[in-house]
Write a protein that binds this ligand. Structure first.
Ligand code: AMP
Ligand code: MG
Length: 495
């Protein structure tokens, strides 16, 4: 075939074939003027694509869903979910489509998914559309998360539709996000399948999930239990990564908790400035259910909902199944803590484990909380301490001496480790980012983009792609929000 005639994406339809009960074939909506405005060139190359091919008029039609690549069979996926603790039996892709699966250059199978591509049978009251701001927000923050080394779905492109979408503040430019993920299986997918009371269907879903994410589970005595354990570990490790970097997801419903262990659905998410476990940014989280410090226990709660769906496949005797699943679920806090402590050790440049570590970590965080310290800047400043300059750390404290006693213990602990200071400090700078998507920078860039200027978003993404390498001229990206901004900052769901 002439390369020019090859479809932009070579897509399979494995999910649609293996689990037809869990999806509906569906096309994207026609839109008046699709224009690709942002492409992640690096991701495109990883997928074996030429980024310039993604910027053509044809690509724009594909990236909003109005043109289907040859051989593809787009579907809207069904799922259920507990939203803020209340169960909705039928959520699903109300404004999204799974275009199909593709393979990256390493042969990994990935979903290609569109968000904002029009109403589907799962749309309920929604218009099926997305405004450019929330789609760019997902683009910016998921790109930053990936650069930070945190498992996440990734944004491939944002395409404007040329059509207004109507939100509380009036008309906004419409857009579609194309994203890539190792799959879009969620806890809610299992809840949806379980509600159909069809053991064979549930078994097919388990087999599909094992095949795509945790193949070793296939050889276990109880594959469904082994899958459960693998998901539990992946989620324990993921939420530990969030806690170490100050990420608040904001809407950790069971439909936003993946089987892969990737972060998904960047709605009302945000990064902490001052360290405070009670921080909530989401405008809809009135009870603080998804506050920063609650995230590990909420993941555990969501994993309990996953266990409930798997019981019939774990053992035919329900009590045995409940016992086995409960044993694992109860290990979640411990598995989380192990992952989190390993991460804290890395942040402090420590390599050995010591029984005093939990106290050392807790005392640092408690002081940061008391002193209103900026999480990102404080950890970044610790490498300067190791290099012999405690000034940048003191700058993060209300009382500049608040950590003096702690610093003595920290020095003793490093001496115990016996690694050369410069090596330790360099390793810390590869672990503690200088740049995270600070809320005021994200808002400023999105406001400019909504008004038609994409340059600040592009600049921000450029900075965030290399979060660990401090570069001259980028100081403003390291500062916390100005006081006027911080008070009462709220984020809104990506509708
Ligand atoms: P999210 O908050 O993005 O995780 O979405 C929660 C649920 O609401 C999912 O089932 C979405 O498909 C659906 N949804 C959100 N916004 C819209 C919209 N504008 N039109 C249709 N469905 C939507
Ligand atoms: Mg969602």
């Amino acid at each position: 075939m002439d390369p020019a005639d090859r479809p932009l994406f070579e897509l399979t339809h494995r999910f649609a074939d293996e689990l037809p009960e869990l999806c509906t074939p569906w096309p994207g909506a026609e839109v008046p003027d699709p224009q690709v405005v942002l492409v992640d060139d690096q991701l495109a190359k990883e997928l074996g694509l030429d980024p310039t091919d993604l910027r053509t008029a044809d690509a724009a039609r594909t990236l909003v869903g109005m043109e289907v690549p040859e051989g593809a069979e787009p579907v809207a996926q069904g799922y259920a979910g507990h939203q803020f603790g209340g169960y909705s039996p039928r959520l699903g892709d109300g404004r999204a489509l799974l275009l199909g699966e593709l393979h990256d250059l390493d042969g990994r199978e990935l979903d290609l998914h569109l968000k904002g591509s029009g109403r589907t049978p799962f749309a309920r009251g929604g218009d099926g559309k997305a405004a450019i701001g929330p789609m760019l927000r997902e683009y910016v923050i998921s790109t930053a998360m990936h650069a930070l080394g945190i498992p996440t779905t990734r944004a491939l492109a944002v395409t404007t539709t040329g059509e207004p979408v109507y939100r509380e503040d009036g008309p906004l430019p419409g857009a579609v996000l194309a994203r890539v993920a190792t799959s879009h299986l969620r806890v809610g997918t299992f809840q949806y399948a379980a509600s159909m009371q069809d053991a064979a269907l549930l078994q097919r879903l388990v087999d599909h999930a094992i095949g795509r994410h945790h193949p070793a589970a296939a050889d276990a005595d109880r594959p469904a239990l082994a899958l459960y354990e693998a998901v539990l570990d992946a989620q324990a490790s993921l939420v530990a990564r969030w806690m170490l970097v100050g990420f608040i997801h904001g809407v950790m419903n069971t439909d936003n908790t993946t089987i892969s262990g990737e972060t998904i659905d960047y709605g009302p998410c945000a990064f902490l400035d001052a360290y405070d476990p009670a921080t909530v940014y989401s405008s809809i989280d009135h009870g603080g259910r998804y506050a920063f410090g609650n995230q590990p226990s909420i993941v555990q709660w969501n994993l309990a909902r996953l266990a409930e769906t798997l019981l019939p496949l774990i053992d035919e005797d329900q009590d045995t199944a409940v016992g086995l699943a409960t044993d694992l679920l109860q290990q979640f806090p411990e598995r989380f803590t192990v992952a989190w402590r390993a991460g804290m050790r890395a942040k402090l440049g420590l390599v050995t484990e010591h029984e005093s570590d939990p106290e050392l970590f807790d005392d640092l965080l408690r002081t940061m909380h008391e002193q209103g310290s900026d999480l990102t800047s404080t950890f970044r400043a610790l490498s300067s301490v190791v290099r012999g300059d405690a000034g940048p750390l003191a700058d993060q404290l209300g009382d500049r001496t608040a950590l003096d006693g702690w610093l003595d213990r920290y020095a003793a602990r490093r001496a115990d480790d016996g690694r050369p200071d410069d090596e330790v400090a360099d390793a810390m700078d590869r672990t503690n980012p200088a740049y995270v998507p600070r809320n005021h920078l994200v808002e400023e860039a999105l406001a400019a983009a909504t008004a038609g200027d994409l340059a600040p978003v592009e600049q921000l993404v450029d900075v965030l792609r290399q979060p660990f390498e401090q570069r001259p001229g980028l100081d403003r990206y390291t500062h916390p929000a100005p006081v006027e901004f911080g008070q009462g900052y709220q984020t809104f769901c990506g509708t």
